[in-house]
Ligand binder design. Structure first.
Ligand SMILES: Cc1ncc(C[n+]2csc(CCOP(=O)(O)OP(=O)(O)O)c2C)c(N)n1
Ligand SMILES: [Mg+2]
Length: 663
């Protein structure tokens, strides 16, 4: 069979090496999960030994196969294999430091800790959903650059838990629909999770479930190497994604504990480890691997190096190599900043009044016109999020030339797929939904931030300003939650100019995700003059200063900046009070400024903050003696103007709060 690679002498012992390393590392750390690595060692051995194409000496080679351990608790499976196949950054000392501070071998695989860890897993279901994005990226890159440069698989090991998680439904459905033929999921079908038999909580027939979503499905005995190889070989030839249910025994090899949830997440204990060694016929000391086993495993890297060499030759001969390299590098063309600056200049001159969601689409037109890196999409709200721009075509089942994804009503799946697109390389994914449904996407958004991925969330309908749809759709606590998330930039632009600036910053933010919180309702252009510098880059800036002394500082974001500007005008004309308006589109960027700049912006006068959202977090900027004007409850269903009055988020309220503090 063309797919089947060299079969080395003792694949059973190669698998036992994984088991031994997992038992020993968990035992030494006195913490961790031996059950999955022991149960899936044979499946993983066949997968790596006979199929996976990667080069441990060049972990980032773009045409490598991607491996995702969705059941991230089984991390020792991945670390053990990485050690055995010779990744330089996974020496035995790393396995001995499993789960210790500063080691590469964290409790769950963490992207960036070591070569070959393609994504962070641990929150169950994320891996399989992220892999959908990787497999999609592979197909899209192949459509653009051809099979000679892009021709790889995405393999996933998922557990019962991954398949129980809701996100798996979104992921499976999307992958089946799009016919992601290079996605192969190996399910650790051990019928055990933490509480015990999975029958305690599920009776789903997974095979039928995957079939219903359009997948090819197979069942194999997880210890029959030839059957596993046949199944993987067959899966690779399918024109749709493939599930292989691997019947396994959790903790396989531990004579008294295998098959029990007791092996899931606790050390086996010294006696059981000894007994397992005897049962498996593994006579070596802890962390000792005999040379012949290393030799057997070294075939993986040799095969990968050869494949990479052949790829390099094709790359050298390819007309598309330069464009391919540029895509993989992900560098944003300088023309984008120039064009966005011209865009800002024009709209300052024209005083363009639009909703920031519309401004976002207008800025995106400029960006998408200048680069192929951006891949857009929406969770079934394209016409509301305004994420589609002229000339974009949709990706469709089996057709991957387009650059727009209809993610369907699958916010969480969309966010995870965007992580996969970003991690794979070649793309800057952006995707839209309503800001309130950040809650639904949250698990994957958190991983975008943890992994430092350039993923852009276009979150429209960002406050009570959306009006009639009511409190179910009006975000209140979401801005606070996003601001509390480390390594994430939340932009809430106040007009078309700040929206264009936010987009410029987001596409250049190579090591963190951005969320753009955008209004449904129209907002006036607020700049008095064009500036060639991106003023939002400092996070907050003086938008309007009083002619004379500053008596009060009004801090606002998004749609409430306009209200602050109106209040400042009233304070000046009717009360002779000098108000400075500070627009704060991005707290995180403001936090990164030096103290002198922050002090200059915040000033010495009393501060009043205005934001149609929860107060949480604002007090650090308000300081003592100030006030907050915003939401203290859920919103309500009514036209937007009436809601602002109802909830007292008005220029009159700002004036009154000022007069209480300044006389
Ligand atoms: C989203 C999420 N919920 C809960 C957990 C905690 N957790 C870790 S493993 C696990 C059970 C997983 O069962 P399974 O995938 O069958 O793994 P096995 O016990 O077979 O190794 C749970 C509930 C988690 N890591 N992620
Ligand atoms: Mg299980």
């Amino acid at each position: 069979m063309d797919d089947i690679r060299t079969i080395t002498a003792d694949e059973k012992q190669m698998a036992n090496a994984i088991r031994a390393l997992a038992m020993d590392a968990v035992q030494k750390a006195n913490s961790g999960h031996p059950g999955l690595p022991m149960g899936m060692a044979d499946v993983a051995t066949v997968l790596f030994n006979r199929f996976i194409t990667l080069d441990p000496k060049a972990p980032d080679w773009p045409d490598r196969d991607r491996f995702v351990l969705s059941a991230g608790h089984g991390s020792m499976l991945q670390y053990g294999i990485h050690h055995l196949i010779g990744y330089d950054d996974m020496p035995m000392s790393e396995l001995e430091a499993f789960r210790q501070l500063g080691s590469r071998t964290a409790g769950h695989p963490e992207y960036g800790h070591a070569g070959g860890i393609e994504t962070t897993t641990g929150p169950l279901g994320q891996g399989i959903a992220t892999a959908v994005g990787m497999a999609l990226a592979e197909r899209m890159m192949a459509a653009r650059f051809g099979k000679a440069l892009v021709d790889h698989f995405t393999y996933v090991i998922a557990g019962d838990g991954c398949l129980m998680e809701g996100i798996s439904h979104e992921a499976i459905d999307l992958a089946g629909h799009l016919k992601l033929s290079r996605l192969i999921v190996l399910w650790d079908d051990n019928h055990i999770s933490i509480d015990g038999d999975t029958g305690l909580a599920t009776s789903t027939d997974q095979i039928r479930r995957f079939k219903a979503a359009g997948w090819h499905t197979q069942r194999v005995d997880g210890y029959d190497h030839e059957a596993i190889a046949d199944a993987i070989g067959k899966a690779r030839r399918m024109g749709r994604p493939s599930l292989i249910a691997c019947k396994t025994v959790i903790g396989y090899g531990a004579p008294n504990l295998q098959g029990s949830e007791k092996t899931h997440g606790a050390p086996l204990g010294a006696d059981e480890v000894e007994a397992a060694r005897r049962q498996l016929g593994w006579s070596y000391a802890p962390f000792e691997i005999p040379q012949d086993i290393y030799d057997a495993w070294s075939g993986v890297g040799r095969r990968g190096a050869e494949a990479r060499k052949q790829w390099s030759e094709r790359h050298a001969a390819s007309r598309r190599a330069r464009a391919f390299d540029a895509a993989v590098a992900g560098d944003v063309p300088p023309a984008i900043s120039r064009a966005l600056s011209a865009f800002r200049k024009q709209h300052v001159a024209e005083k363009t009044k639009v909703a920031t969601r519309k401004a976002s689409q207008m800025a995106l037109e400029v960006i998408n016109d200048k680069t192929q890196l951006t891949v857009g999409g929406s969770a079934d709200l394209t016409g509301s999020n305004l994420t589609l721009t002229k000339g974009m075509t949709s990706v469709a089942p089996g057709r991957f030339k387009g650059s727009y994804i209809h993610y369907g009503v699958r916010e969480h799946g969309m966010a995870a797929a965007m992580n996969g697109l970003a991690l794979h390389g070649g793309f800057i994914p952006y995707g839209g939904t309503f800001l309130v449904f950040t809650d639904y996407a949250r698990g994957a958004m958190r991983l975008s931030a943890l992994m430092g991925q350039r993923v852009i969330y276009v979150m429209t309908h960002d406050s009570i300003g959306l009006g009639e749809d009511g409190p179910t759709h009006q975000p209140i606590e979401h801005l606070a939650m996003l601001r509390a998330t480390p390594n994430l930039n939340l932009f809430r632009p106040g007009d078309i100019i700040e929206t264009a600036e936010a987009w410029e910053l987001a596409v250049h933010s190579t090591n963190r995700p951005s969320v753009l919180a955008l209004s449904r309702q129209g907002l006036p252009m607020l700049r008095e003059a064009h500036s060639s510098a991106n003023l939002s880059a400092k996070g907050a800036y003086l938008l309007r200063g009083p002619k004379g002394k500053r008596d009060v500082t009004l801090l606002a974001t998004g749609s409430e900046v306009e209200i602050a500007v109106t209040a400042a005008e009233t304070l000046a004309t009717q009360h002779g009070i000098g108000a400075t308006v500070v627009s704060m589109p991005c707290w995180e960027l403001f936090e990164a400024q030096d103290e002198a700049y922050q002090a200059e912006v915040l000033g010495e006068a009393p501060r009043i903050a205005i934001e149609a959202a929860a107060r949480l977090g604002w007090d650090r900027w308000i300081g003592p003696g100030g006030a907050f004007i915003g939401m203290t409850s859920f919103g309500a269903s009514a036209p937007a103007g009436g809601l602002y009055r109802h909830f007292n988020i008005t220029s009159e309220a700002i004036v009154a709060a000022t007069l209480e503090r300044v006389s």
